[in-house]
Design a protein around this ligand. Structure first.
Ligand code: NAD
Length: 310
């Protein structure tokens, strides 16, 4: 590896697992972390885009690439459904685990009418259950050492919905819920968990993105965000960040000020809701609660009338 530059974020002594690192975005994350000194477990099952078959070549190639530049990496060919085994690869080769990037993914796009139970199950199994199982196996190590950096990979489809992606959207938004709770539970143990929404030209998007966009949205433009979120100096946790073609931004939830009908037993009716629908759904002066505590605080304010009845 090239000598480190002053001010460069380094990962010397840290061990990172990147799932689905045999190609696309995961490959970039693995290479970037290894370039900066991390020992990396390059996990990849090596199946098709729709999750069929397996092949060791994908992970092997990335490991070779890292080693040829003087970095430290080991291949792992397990499916993310075998979370425990992936963590054991890190422990037996490098003795610890500091960083986990949950990235592996497949697609089974079908309109909802045509979506089979099998298409639903396999997408949920790889994305949501897989990220859960690998993270669950890593968690005791991170808690014990009071340090960890976890990334969950969501998608615009999870946030907004997307035609033909009911299974994928459900899994991807599930990952955001999982990440948010791990951020809450991990805080006092120095474990940070953030969610990313990447967009990049890869095997997954080659027939989805328009060709002029595909070439601009290079996977290597997403990895700097992942490197930053995985670094010990990054204070973020419980965040959702989007990265695409060198654009980086953050998401937050909005909740309208709404309207309380007090006293409820006299004023709350379906008709009163209909008659105030514009006010109830008015987002012009909205709140942005960032936790259930903030949400409850706003609710209590509204229900105790400390906010003027409107
Ligand atoms: P990709 O197909 O290039 O890479 C995914 C990798 O995961 C593949 O190498 C594949 O072999 C591996 N994989 C699949 N199932 C696995 C399993 N069960 N166990 C271990 N490895 C497995 O796709 P990509 O575009 O690099 O996507 C990476 C992640 O980013 C996915 O979670 C995807 O849903 C998400 N994402 C990508 C985009 C995008 O624009 N490319 C947008 C939103 C979200």
């Amino acid at each position: 590896m090239a000598g480190s530059k002053i001010g460069e974020m380094r990962f010397d002594g840290k061990v990172a697992i990147v799932t689905g690192a045999g190609g696309g975005l995961g490959r970039e994350y693995a290479i970037s972390l290894a370039d900066r000194g991390a020992s990396v477990v390059v996990n990849d099952l090596g199946g098709t885009r729709s999750g069929q078959g397996k092949n060791n070549a994908a992970a092997d190639k990335v490991v070779q690439e890292i080693i040829s530049k003087g970095g430290k990496a080991v291949a792992d060919y397990n499916s993310v459904e075998e979370g425990e085994k992936i963590i054991q690869t890190a422990i037996s080769n490098f003795g610890r685990i500091d960083i986990l990037v949950n990235n592996a993914g497949i697609l089974r796009d079908k309109s909802f009418l045509k979506l089979s139970v099998e298409d639903w199950n396999i997408v949920l199994k790889v994305h949501l259950q897989g990220s859960f199982l690998v993270t669950k196996a890593a968690w005791p190590y991170l808690r014990e050492q009071k340090y960890g950096r976890i990334i969950m990979t969501s998608s615009g489809a999870g946030i907004y919905g997307n035609f033909g992606q009911a299974n994928y959207s459900a899994a991807k938004l599930g990952l955001l819920g999982l990440s948010n709770t791990l951020a809450v539970e991990g805080k006092k143990y120095g474990i940070h968990c953030n969610t990313i929404i990447p967009l990049a030209g890869s095997r997954l998007t080659e027939d989805i993105l328009p060709s002029e966009l595909f070439d601009k949205l290079k996977p290597e433009y997403v990895s700097p965000l992942v490197v930053w979120l995985c670094h010990e100096s990054c204070p973020e946790t419980g965040g959702v960040f989007e990265a695409a073609g060198s654009w980086i931004g953050k998401y937050q939830w909005q909740r309208s000020v709404g309207k309380a009908y007090l006293p409820a037993n006299e004023k709350l009716t379906a008709e009163s809701i209909r008659d105030n629908w514009n006010l109830i759904t008015d987002m012009s002066d909205c709140n942005t609660p960032a936790s259930v505590q903030e949400q409850m605080g706003l609710l209590v304010e509204a229900l105790t009338g400390s906010v003027t009845d409107r």
